[in-house]
Ligand binder design. Sequence first.
Ligand code: SF4
Length: 496
Amino acid sequence: MNITLIYPEYPDTFWSFKTVLSYISKKAAFPPLGLMTVGAMLPKEWTLTLVDMNTRPLLDQHIQEADMVFISAMLVQRESAQKVIARCKTLGTTVVAGGPLFNTQYETFLEVDHFVLNEAECTLPLFLEDLAQGTLKRVYRSDTRPDISATPIPNWSLVNMKDYATMSVQYSRGCPFNCEFCDIVIMNGRTPRTKGAKQILAEMESLYSAGWRGGVFIVDDNFIGNAGEVKIMLPQLIAWQEKRKFPFQFLTEASTNLADDPELMRLMSQANFHKVFLGIETPETDSLRECGKYQNASRDLVLAVQTIQGYGMQVMGGFIVGFDHDSPTTFDTQIRFIQQVGIVTAMVGLLNALPQTRLWRRLKTENRLLDPTSGENTDGFLNFMPKMPPQALVEGYQHIIRQIYSRRLYYQRINTFLKHYTPTVKTRFTLADLKTLIKSMFRIGLFSRSNVLFWRILLKTMFTSFKSLPMVIEMAICGEHFLKMRKRLLQLRWAG
Ligand code: SF4
């Protein structure tokens, strides 16, 4: 059986980091981990070809030569996924679809032949069994939350690792919290399920043996969801890293209660975690309570961020505006907070009602849902009727973006960040890093309007915190991406 696995294209958004990729000579930020894992679950005798459309074009030949096409996508890839499905149908190839885009709204994809939904560990075997019997159904679903310690190691050979800035692995699924807007708990449940230390180390070893060195994104919904298990696993990961002279630098996503646990932060830092993404959402306590984010409402968020930065982990933050309790002053409150705390990568988005979430259900009852979501909360798209006038919300949102991604405030944040950041990451300076440094010196240092700020921070870091230099260069490059996205976002108008 010939199978083509297809990963549709991402639009150019705040999250795509497309501008950054040109500096580091990479084609995409992360590989399609889901499809690589599905690839490892398919019968060994099948011939597999993976086409990640973010790294190479999908040719008709890829579709025509396949007995079946497997497509996986997130909400944000909807447009590209729809085009791929239409192409497959025109060329007469069977389409099998799975992944977050299809999980909650598969009914809207009329041309797809078969859906393998929810967690593939449960539904893919049922599909394969029926395929062998010649009794295929259209939809395979399951509410069972599988034990992921039995999930196979992703098939790394399906991608060209050199195309990617960072590799991905998954250690756990699920999150114990229950934020109203979050679809993670709908998809993966509230009881975090972890792979044991033995299994995650086997994955690290296979990635290492496949030749990977550099960044590894642990793509968990909330890496510290089961902190007890993580504390058992981390010392073994530290020993593994030490033995191989720290080949990987980790980044992940976590909840803000990480700041309460010095032992956990110390272990993460020792294992070479150098970035962590936190869903901060808003400094407005009433809005945090409204969305059920009590773990943030009950703490000093400034202190939490600075504590984590002190353990050598750059905090990247997700922020949201558009809660019912937000007021016209919320926008400036968000700006002040982001600047004060020095979160350089601050992903600010409009509240989005993702299908089947508690928020979506509440707004549906209140008759406030508008269009389906784009799945991308930084594109200025509003899919529900907010309490404040929609135009005021979109303009307030644009005000935040205009301010925080202005060159002056962006570089001001890097300065603030450096005051609280203790660089601990162990990394080697490679030829590729040298090329990136030279490119950034030319492109930002000579040709960008950020040049004065760029040289100033570069020189200051060289003399005061040399170890932070790679992080600062990376931030300067990301700044160029955010500037480009800012320009696009400020052109948006609420259509009414
Ligand atoms: S903490 Fe994060 S992952 Fe967990 S429910 Fe809240 S938004 Fe979702």
